[in-house]
Design a protein around this ligand. Structure first.
Ligand code: BMX
Ligand code: MG
Ligand code: CA
Ligand code: ZN
Length: 343
């Protein structure tokens, strides 16, 4: 064996196999910047290869294009400084955003009024120019599906759907292991599945969408309505002056036995369930993953509606609540991590 005498002669360290500790180290230090633009917040995070959120920054999503771009860049710069401090190597930036996105071009095509001044926006160019990093962009619900596929209940599942409830309702569809984007990048806008011919107005301009019945904003609207009529709060509940009435108050009131709040939640759960039955009859997934703040409250009602209304061939579908803390952010990161480590 020639290696050993040569090593001694030239004093170079023994070439050793990459051990599991090295791999752990790489998985911890190779990271992505993830950005999530929602109806309420703008979030930027450092996400490791293993899907750990190492650091997260949150601000309200600004109302104008200029302020929003400026804040994205300044928060990313702050995150990059933090990444250097944490000894993380940033491989690129993944952006998850509400609205229809052309991921090939990194452009937001159009948006509902949940995000103002956010149509025909090239996100890739300004972000990559300012940060000197490659940039990937997709719709937030689609990103949530990517996160479930890489880190969550969707691992190894060929056909599944995810529905994420936040300010609005986002969706993502994995068919044969891949996201579907559709002919004009508007596939899987699951929040705008319509379950009523009239029904409440939606932020998209239509009415009767599941987002108008079951989103955080919809529940807040109903909570405010009940509060204005003085029938929201029951014994043991209060809303102080500074705090806004929100979906959380509605859920609390329902748990405290308020029949009006219970009725609102029942309608919300049924609307979502009917919407999901329509999804089952369109793409026939084997798994539906619910995520976001309201997922736990909706799991039972959705299963009940499926039991009563879905065609029998689709009824074996599993409905689960996500165990990921931040699906949209993790999915944004996964676009970077999957690409950057492709061989
Ligand atoms: C809206 C729509 C979707 C998005 C969903 C969830 C816009 C700006 N948004 O239906 O594209 O997936 O909201 O968004 O058109 P969030 O605000 O709840 O995160
Ligand atoms: Mg969101
Ligand atoms: Ca989507
Ligand atoms: Zn709508």
């Amino acid at each position: 064996d020639l290696a050993e005498p040569l090593q001694k002669k030239f004093c170079f360290p023994a070439v050793r196999e990459c051990c599991s500790q090295d791999i752990d180290h790489i998985l911890e230090t190779q990271s992505a910047l993830a950005v999530d633009l929602g109806g309420t917040n703008l979030r930027v995070a450092i996400v490791s290869m293993k899907g750990k959120v190492l650091k997260k920054f949150t601000q309200p999503n600004p109302k104008t294009y200029e302020e929003r771009i400026e804040l994205i860049l300044s928060m990313c710069k702050q995150a990059i400084a933090e990444a250097i401090r944490l000894n993380c190597r940033i491989l690129g930036v993944g952006v998850s955003t509400g609205g229809r996105v052309n991921p090939q071009d990194g452009v937001v095509l159009d948006s509902t009024k949940l995000i103002n001044e956010w149509s025909g926006v090239d996100l890739r160019a300004p972000v990559s120019h300012a940060l000197h990093l490659p940039v990937w962009v997709d719709n937030d619900g689609n990103c949530a599906a990517l996160a479930e596929k890489k880190f969550g209940h969707g691992k190894g599942v060929e056909n599944f759907v995810t529905v994420i409830t936040g300010t609005g309702i986002g969706g993502g569809i994995i068919q044969h292991g891949e996201l579907i984007h559709g002919s004009t990048f508007c596939a899987a806008e699951l929040g705008h599945i319509q379950v009523s011919l009239d029904g409440p107005e939606c932020s998209c301009g239509s009415q009767g969408c599941i987002e108008a019945f079951s989103s955080g904003l919809a529940l807040q609207r109903e909570a405010k309505r009940l509060h204005d009529d003085d029938v929201l709060l029951v014994d043991g509940m209060s809303v102080n002056n500074k705090e806004q009435v929100s979906a959380v108050h509605l859920i609390n009131a329902a748990h405290h036995g308020n029949p009006k709040a219970k009725a609102v939640l029942h309608t919300a759960g049924t609307a979502l369930g009917v919407g999901i039955v329509n999804i089952l009859h369109t793409v026939n997934p084997s798994l539906v993953i619910l995520s976001g703040i309201l997922a736990q409250h909706y799991e039972g009602p959705v299963q009940q509606v499926i039991g009563r209304r879905a065609l029998s061939s689709t009824r074996d579908v599993k409905v689960v609540t996500s165990d990921l803390e931040e699906p949209a952010l993790l999915g944004a990161a996964s676009m970077v991590l999957d690409y950057a480590t492709r061989r």
